[in-house]
Design a protein around this ligand. Structure first.
Ligand code: SF4
Length: 340
């Protein structure tokens, strides 16, 4: 029997009733716990894994109900590693029943090698799964995840998602080991696998990223030529950019890409997003002061009022010379997103 193709964003809108492209993404994310079955070398939560425990079911269900009442239509369950949470199907089913149009998981994908498990997620109402895929070849991804066979596993997981009618997408954490692969990754994901919902995440410099410093990190200046090439390639091949796909950037690094950047300032749609961590619920932007900090020169920048500033850990390794105040906002954006 043949395999199914990946669901496109347009397929998902039709099949799951997601709001049409152009609509505001009203999302909530719930971190179920820190337990994980991988040991990615860049992980920013490495030191939390051993103390990991799950949120109580009562807190999970309360949040789902509350957020649905507030009008959110996308809920993301993340961790740690969500597929280790024993009640995942139950809470996914509950979220769909409460009215969420989209139930999304963030996962390392290891457990999705099991076809039956993926089918059970589809049956429970999970409609999008973001798998961590950090390279365009096995040597790179397996090394970064510290698991031999992880790349092959991710490809099988993607196929299982396609076959189960769940939309697959990817998160790519940019490091010194893989930054040159961004164009190749765009080809692999967008063209060969038909998966367009992928993000390039410039890692937060805490945990493994901070410990390994320059041996694992990469400066924005070194990574940008490869990022720009990847984006040009996507445009040439008509690979759509579904939504903001660059994480942990600030506008002055690449002003023309600001419309692709998430999590840099208080004016972005994700800044209103709420995240449940433990028994506390926080607005996303409230967690940034721990990680990001404006520099003295930021006071001269047009984005000063909105920008949270660069990642503190990044500045401790690479310094502040790449961050230059902007006198005016960018007006021309060479790449567009389907959802703002
Ligand atoms: S406020 Fe600072 S970090 Fe933000 S864009 Fe301006 S110069 Fe860059």
């Amino acid at each position: 029997m043949g395999h199914a193709a990946a669901l496109t964003i347009y397929d998902a809108v039709k099949k799951f009733g997601w709001p049409e492209p152009g609509s505001e993404i009203i999302s909530r994310e719930l971190l179920l716990g820190d337990a994980c079955n991988a040991r990615c070398i860049f992980c920013c939560a490495k030191d939390l894994q051993d103390k990991a425990k799950w949120l109580s079911e009562e807190i999970i269900l309360d949040n789902i109900r509350k957020w649905a009442d507030e009008g959110a239509w996308l809920i993301t369950f993340s961790g740690g590693e969500v597929t280790l949470y024993p009640g995942l199907e139950k809470i996914s089913r509950y979220a769909k029943r409460q009215g969420f149009k989209s139930v999304q998981l963030l996962t390392n994908g290891l457990k999705l090698k099991e076809k039956e498990y993926v089918l059970s997620l589809a049956e429970a109402g999970v409609d999008e799964v973001k798998i961590s895929l950090h390279g365009s070849d096995a040597a790179t991804h397996d090394y970064l995840m510290q698991i031999p066979g992880a790349f092959e596993n991710a490809l099988i997981a993607t196929q299982n998602l396609n076959d189960a009618g769940i939309k697959a997408s990817f998160n790519f954490a940019v490091t010194s080991r893989n930054y040159k692969q961004m164009p190749l990754f765009a080809k692999l994901a967008g063209l060969e696998l038909g998966v367009t919902g992928f993000c390039f995440m410039f890692s937060f410099y805490s945990g493994g990223m901070l410990e390994m410093g320059r041996s694992l990190g990469i400066s924005y200046s070194d990574a940008l030529p490869y990022l720009r090439l990847a984006l040009k390639y996507m445009k040439a091949k008509k690979i759509v950019i579904e939504s903001k796909m660059l994480s942990n950037f600030v506008p002055c690094i690449a002003p023309e890409l600001v419309n692709l950047m998430s999590d840099w300032g208080s004016s972005g749609p994700e800044s209103k997003s709420q995240v449940g961590i433990g028994n506390k619920v926080r607005i996303v932007k409230e967690s940034y002061p721990e990680r990001k900090e404006k520099l003295p020169l930021c006071s001269k920048c047009v984005y000063y009022d909105r920008c949270y500033g660069p990642d503190k850990g990044y500045v401790s390794i690479y310094g502040s010379s790449e961050f230059k105040p902007l006198s005016r906002e960018a007006e021309h954006f060479p790449f567009e997103t389907l959802y703002p």
